[in-house]
Design a protein around this ligand. Structure first.
Ligand code: DSN
Length: 432
């Protein structure tokens, strides 16, 4: 007990300490292209690892169910104010532990059990919480869905209007997890109003682009806007729900006590830090580079003979059809082959996929994480051509060895979290 407040994790728990070190090394030594991942700053990491994890703060600033919340109020108020400044929204609730819980809170605010919703089909780029039958949204509400046009692979807004008229949803849900094109929130708002529906825009993926004006904002057109905080926004893993003032009190009640108990104050502190970072001019330059890198990656992948779903991208992510009607390999095989050379991606269905979701015909790539490391168009051109080589010849030892070497060369030029890397030798010396 002597060292309870001062002992280092490497001494207290060498196994977990080692797994943490290994993960830092994995992130450092690989090329992270999962479109929903990013690397937070050292300041955000520091805020997460603080004594705020000890604190219960059920309720909201100045209206808590526990004593001793004066500093919790400071961080939550700052997070709220910065979120409102970033997105220009009337109201922000920064307590949702995740995007799914933010979405659940909005659905509980806008709907009664059994009401009709209309969301984008998961296999066309939507999200589980937008009405998937296995998710609370599909279990508790009646669901209609819309998707992309088979030829353009982009949202067909005329068809969406038709489906909205037919299904008469009370809530239209837009936003996506695997949609590489600009979403026309103004048009979606018009469609919703024409059938008397409210709109929830889930901007989890594009929040950083929206915050910097590089993607049109849904805020003027939608009653509710939700996001995660850890993707393009580059904050800690978590969620947030925004709304027009008239729904603010109801939304707060649905987040707590409707969906959650005590907020994670250490995570809210980290959200506040990341929102502060996002308000700085450098964050816009970063997002511009994310977009430029995505364009460079598209060009390189096309140059390597791969088909890009919808022909390209307007945002930070792209979907690559690696199956190409059986001429290529499955998304599952591509993910594995790329993993072996330390390029991390996820398999993903493509619209009208003929393969099952766990096999999939595509992979989804995104540039936020590598852009945070400082990589630019030149690196994207190399990485795109390496991905092409691996996918075209996934069994070749020669390709694997060469690409692995090149990945090591590139990652060595862009270091990250130097102070977080302990030597594994040091951990080994601790008795286990
Ligand atoms: N799992 C997230 C993604 O990868 O896009 C969505 O929740």
């Amino acid at each position: 007990m002597e060292n309870f407040f001062s002992a280092d994790i490497a001494t207290v728990d060498p196994l977990i300490s080692r797994a943490i070190d290994d993960e830092v090394r994995r992130q450092t030594d690989g090329l992270e292209l999962i479109a929903s991942e990013n690397f937070v700053s050292e300041a955000v990491l520091q805020a997460m690892g603080t004594a705020f994890t000890n604190k219960y703060a059920e309720g909201y600033p100045a209206k808590r169910y526990y004593g001793g919340c004066e500093f919790a109020d400071v961080v939550e108020n700052l997070a709220i104010e910065r979120a409102k400044q970033l997105f220009g929204c009337d109201h922000a609730n920064v307590q949702p532990h995740s995007g799914a819980q933010a979405n659940m809170s909005v659905l509980l605010t806008a709907l009664e059990h059994g009401d009709q919703i209309l969301g984008m089909n998961l296999s066309h780029g939507g999200h589980l919480t937008h009405g998937h039958p296995l998710n609370f949204s599909g279990i508790n509400y009646r669901v209609a869905d819309y998707g992309v046009n088979k030829d353009t692979e982009q949202i067909d807004y005329d068809e969406l209007q038709r489906i909205a008229e037919e299904s008469r949803p009370k809530l239209l849900i837009c936003g996506a997890s695997a949609y590489p094109r600009t979403i026309d929130f103004a048009r979606i708002g018009e469609i919703a109003r024409s059938v008397g529906a409210k709109v929830m825009a889930d901007i989890a993926h594009i929040a950083g682009l929206v915050a910097t004006g590089l993607h049109p904002s849904p805020v003027p057109h939608c009653e509710f806007v939700t996001t995660t905080t850890h993707k393009t926004l580059r904050g800690p893993r978590g969620g947030m729900a925004m709304c027009k003032e008239e729904f603010a009190a109801d939304l707060n009640r649905r987040v707590f006590p409707g969906v959650q108990g005590g907020p994670l104050v250490h995570i809210i502190a980290a959200k506040a830090v990341s929102f502060g970072e996002a308000l700085r001019p450098e964050f816009k330059s970063y997002q511009q580079q994310v977009l430029a890198n995505a364009q460079a990656l598209v060009s390189a992948l096309k140059g390597a003979g791969l088909r890009i779903v919808s022909g390209g991208t307007d945002n930070h992510l792209l979907l690559v059809d690696v199956f190409m009607d059986g001429k290529g390999i499955t998304g599952k095989a591509a993910e594995k082959a790329l993993d072996e050379v330390r390029i991390t991606v996820n398999k993903n269905t493509i619209p009208f996929d003929t393969n099952k979701p766990f096999i999939a015909s595509g992979i989804r790539l995104g540039t936020p994480a590598l852009t945070t490391r400082g990589m630019k168009e030149a690196e994207m051109a190399r990485i795109g051509s390496m991905i092409g080589e691996v996918i075209q010849d996934p069994e070749s030892d020669e390709v694997r060895t060469r690409v692995k070497r090149e990945v090591a060369e590139i990652t060595a030029r862009f270091p990250m979290y130097p102070s977080r890397l302990r030597s594994n030798d040091a951990v080994d010396k601790v008795s286990m």
